[in-house]
Design a protein. Structure first.
Length: 222
């Protein structure tokens, strides 16, 4: 138990430092100092920074596994908006990873494999969720499964990169900018959704506003 507590302290410190300054600027010594432990103690748990980054990604996957694979059991358009909010909250929490995604995956083949496996699982679950929407009469799926896969991939790319897109424009991650991102996803899905477009937009906006925590409502991504 003590070992796990120390590991979580190290990972939390690493997340805070990586988010603030990026992985390249942060050494093992800086992480140890933030935790109040020696560098040797840190290296006992994580021999190098790459191991720390991999462990942080495992934390993110753990959050997904806690409930993200049951989305098809609640196939509503309201829940679809909630899924988008949940994804963006995770990205904000681990924002260094998504900022540096291409480089981190290029540098670590094991991390790249783990990320690819998780991505495939998530896309399969989103396809299952859309199939459940269709079964309820809320969505018309394209007859070609390849088109469905393309639609899901486009929504995945939008959601995974929306926070970065906002940052590139020096804009805050707020209720308004998150609603903007979800509006883009709705534009992709609109030809396939059966409900009234105006109603979908209004309902989604209310859901997003209700679910966002205060720090995302008002704070800029640092």
């Amino acid at each position: 138990m003590a070992t796990r507590v120390t590991q979580l302290r190290i990972l939390q410190a690493a997340i805070e430092l990586f988010n603030a300054e990026g992985t390249a600027a942060i050494s093992a010594s800086r992480i140890a100092e933030r935790c109040g432990i020696s560098k040797g103690n840190l290296q006992y748990h994580f021999p190098n920074k790459r191991d720390v980054i991999f462990a942080v990604f495992q934390l993110a996957i753990g959050e997904m596994n806690a409930g993200w694979y049951r989305d098809h059991l609640e196939p509503t358009l309201d829940h679809m908006a909630a899924m988008f909010v949940r994804q963006l909250q995770l990205i904000v929490k681990y924002r260094f990873f998504y900022r540096e995604l291409a480089d981190l995956l290029r540098q670590d083949p094991m991390l790249r494999r783990r990320y690819a496996q998780n991505r495939e699982r998530r896309i399969a679950v989103i396809e299952k969720f859309m199939q459940a929407l269709a079964d309820r009469g809320s969505m018309r799926l394209p007859p070609d499964p390849k088109r469905l896969r393309s639609i899901v991939e486009v929504t995945w790319i939008l959601s995974e990169n929306w926070v970065n897109y906002i940052e590139y424009q020096d804009r805050e991650t707020s209720c308004a900018t998150i609603q903007e991102g979800y509006a883009a996803i709705l534009e992709v899905l609109r030809p396939y959704l059966c409900a009234d477009p105006q109603q979908i937009t209004e309902t989604s906006s209310c859901t997003i506003e209700r679910l966002l925590p205060p720090f995302i409502r008002t704070a800029a991504v640092q």
